[in-house]
Write a protein that binds this ligand. Sequence first.
Ligand SMILES: Cc1cc2nc3c(=O)[nH]c(=O)nc-3n(C[C@H](O)[C@H](O)[C@H](O)COP(=O)(O)OP(=O)(O)OC[C@H]3O[C@@H](n4cnc5c(N)ncnc54)[C@H](O)[C@@H]3O)c2cc1C
Length: 478
Amino acid sequence: MTRPETARPALLWLRRDLRLHDNAALAAAVASGRPVLPVYVLDDDTPGAWRMGAASRWWLHHSLTALQAELQARGAPLVLRRGPVASVLPALVAETGAAEIHAGKPGEPWARTALAGLSAGVPVHLHRTQTLHSLDGVRTQTGTPYGVFTPYSRACRVLGPVPPPLAAPAHITAAPAPASDTLEDWGLLPSRPDWAGGLRASWQPGEPHARRQLAEFVAGGVQTYDALRDRPGMESTSRLSPALHFGEISARAAWQAAAHTVGAGGNGVEKWHNELLWREFSAHLLFHAPGLPERPLKPAFAAMPWRDDPAQLRAWQRGETGVPIVDAGMRQLWQTGWMHNRVRMIVASFLVKHLLLPWQAGAAWFWDTLVDADLASNSASWQWVAGCGADAAPYFRIFNPVLQGAKFDPEGTYVRRYVPELARLPAQVIHAPWDAPALVLRASGVSLGGNYPAPIVDLAAGRQRALDALASISKGQP
Ligand SMILES: Cc1cc2nc3c(=O)[nH]c(=O)nc-3n(C[C@H](O)[C@H](O)[C@H](O)COP(=O)(O)OP(=O)(O)OC[C@H]3O[C@@H](n4cnc5c(N)ncnc54)[C@H](O)[C@@H]3O)c2cc1C
């Protein structure tokens, strides 16, 4: 007996769009009139694939759990399969008789290559689900991609109003589900040691929570975002980066929610929109420069005399450099899987400049430990800080971590929270305990080189070494 053509399912491949609201791929699959077969593929095996880091895998486990519940409530189970997408998807088409595939357009080079090589024998419809604008569609007047943020963001803003988000389907007609892995099969969570306690205490992955978090942020934080966003000791930013990375919330929903908030004309909304455009810009850069995660965009930086110092890299990773704001940031990252943006810039600058260690080593650590690890934003930001990226901060502008700490964490709130050894130090010396009188250190219970390290690098000497390294390659620069 042959099935009627319309009974052949529409396969919905979900990847970084783990949501029901404003999901153009889901909407199109439902609109096809066919039963829908949602699938998530854990792809660690495609050559060149950026295997998700440990913190991302923790997030993914919980995000997929939430998605399973949301889909089930509307009548459609989520199928889980593991392997290279280029073989898993065709196998699923053959197994289920699917007539078409709907998916979000990937931005990562390896995922685009895998998709291009997909030969499933059915039409593959790609929809924009991850960004506000087409990664290829925003171009300069001469038709080239943008390399500088400000004109890029201007070009985005004149593209016209961001369209309203799509509603979630009330009901999904499900296709008969083929066999599925279970999340437990995938072992995404740590077993022994269980290092995820801080993540559990800090986050609730999944679309329902992301929507609540966005609503709370636009009702409160966005108005003061411009004034307070650089203060790591305060909860002044949205913390939506993991939800945006995994697509639990769409960039369009985030943009629109802020645009329609009370007092939307204020600088807070404008600034926050700008950050969403930095996310777009990073994706645009990766789209046009697939080597972004590995190679400096400014070729002269390939000759940079980076050092190889495993002990110092380890001290940086563990938050044991003896520089309080750096250690606080690295410990926030280790404990919670996230770090405040200002502090990301400080710790990154410290690594590539004061320690003269390669930005790729820092990016790799972030990739493994961030819950929002994003190939585009992480690579572009590291290159930006290292001075070798598009529109980068010049390499010779070297953040002084003591001055940065005093300016953005003036009471030392952030350092006290993450470096408890220093909690009793007065604010005046908390960012440079080596300058504190011995009496003050003793009264605060701080022993430099004892319960808290002495700085692993002399800041002035490290700065000079970085400038000398730059001078050594700058002869080759235009
Ligand atoms: C060295 C370094 C590495 C970084 N790695 C990542 C990463 O892997 N993933 C990631 O999402 N962000 C990364 N960022 C950018 C930024 O630090 C985070 O997006 C931000 O801290 C997330 O916090 P939030 O959600 O509260 O942001 P908000 O301030 O509330 O901003 C809203 C959203 O805009 C986007 N955004 C904000 N700032 C940036 C930026 N500078 N570049 C790109 N997008 C931005 C994020 O999606 C963010 O959720 C990195 C920055 C640096 C300096």
